[in-house]
Design a protein around this ligand. Structure first.
Ligand SMILES: [Zn+2]
Length: 318
């Protein structure tokens, strides 16, 4: 089997770009008040705080119908979305924020450094928006987050940690969740892809070469965070669907794994240090084709088939 670099080129296929609904899948409860409402490409997490809903990252505008369907499927109402938190200023995490705000008036959050970058590089942002499909829009966050800021709503208190590298203003998020009488530490690393950190890409975006070191320092910064349940802002970062399928097959709590955080960050470090040794040509070759399809190979074998709901025990929301 070819080794998958989950931090490399994981873009949807041309077919999936033309027909974005092919990326959609049935949503599910991860644990407690935490739900997966994203698609096969981009994660979106919903937290039911008891005083309204928090959405952590939203897909591109082309993923909006799927997101709305997923929220509805789980029995929640769009109008109850109070906060939308965006991990970093890339279109595949904020593309439909404006569309959601238009109907919900939800309050939006983004790291202050990324918010400033968005304002100062409107052209670069617009190019990225257009490259990732129609209707994507840059947004103006209501709250510009600083390192250590807390976002609180109902039963949920999210700590924001500044972890630049993937973009200049990435924020990682950590919070405690009560589940089955225990406190579960939830954590999500805000931006892990490193394609934007090649010498060429940094030059193109007018960023200093020192960003390459910044990326590593950010991993070190959160290394000691206690994380029992690791989320990813792409489903292929924390094997969301594979875990869901494992649970369908009867495994108790595949999402709770206190060893995953370090395994993940170490894999990220290792892949990144390999990446830094590559020449421009090798990097080009590495990013020439997507590994997304290969990554999902066999993952959904035992369910109803591509895109189909899998009714029964598997879909039960408690
Ligand atoms: Zn990104």
């Amino acid at each position: 089997m070819t080794k998958i670099n989950r931090f490399g080129n994981m873009m949807p296929s041309e077919e999936q770009k033309r027909r974005p609904y092919l990326l959609d899948r049935t949503p599910f409860q991860i644990a407690g008040n935490l739900y997966y409402v994203g698609n096969e490409w981009c994660s979106s997490h919903l937290i039911d705080t008891g005083s309204g809903l928090i959405l952590l990252d939203v897909p591109c505008a082309s993923g909006l119908p799927g997101l709305l369907y997923n929220i509805d499927y789980l029995g929640f109402h769009i109008r109850d979305i109070r906060y939308i938190i965006v991990s970093h200023a890339h279109t595949d995490h904020f593309g439909c924020v404006n569309a959601l705000v238009h109907r919900t008036h939800a309050k939006t959050f983004l790291g202050a450094v990324d918010a400033q970058d968005m304002r100062e590089h409107a052209d670069r942002m617009e190019a990225m928006n257009q490259n990732l499909g129609v209707y994507n829009e840059t947004f103006s966050p209501d709250v510009e987050l600083q390192d250590g800021d807390i976002i609180e709503l109902g039963n949920t208190r999210i700590r924001c940690v500044f972890t630049p590298g993937h973009t200049v203003g990435v924020m990682s998020h950590f919070w405690d969740m009560q589940y089955k009488g225990k406190t579960i530490h939830v954590g999500i690393y805000g931006g892990a892809g490193f394609g934007s950190l090649s010498r060429k890409a940094l030059e193109k975006n007018g960023l200093p070469l020192s960003m390459q070191q910044t990326f590593l320092s950010s991993i070190d910064k959160v290394w000691n965070e206690p994380v029992d349940l690791m989320l990813g802002n792409h489903p292929f970062h924390n094997d969301v669907y594979q875990k869901y399928m494992r649970r369908c097959r009867g495994e108790e709590e595949p999402f709770i794994d206190p060893t995953e955080w370090h395994r993940y960050l170490q894999e990220l470090r290792d892949c990144y240090s390999e990446f830094l040794k590559l020449s421009d040509e090798e990097i080009e070759r590495m990013y020439a084709s997507s590994q997304l399809q290969a990554y999902y190979d066999g993952c959904f074998e035992s369910d109803g088939g591509e895109g189909e709901d899998t009714p029964g025990e598997c879909d039960r929301v408690s």
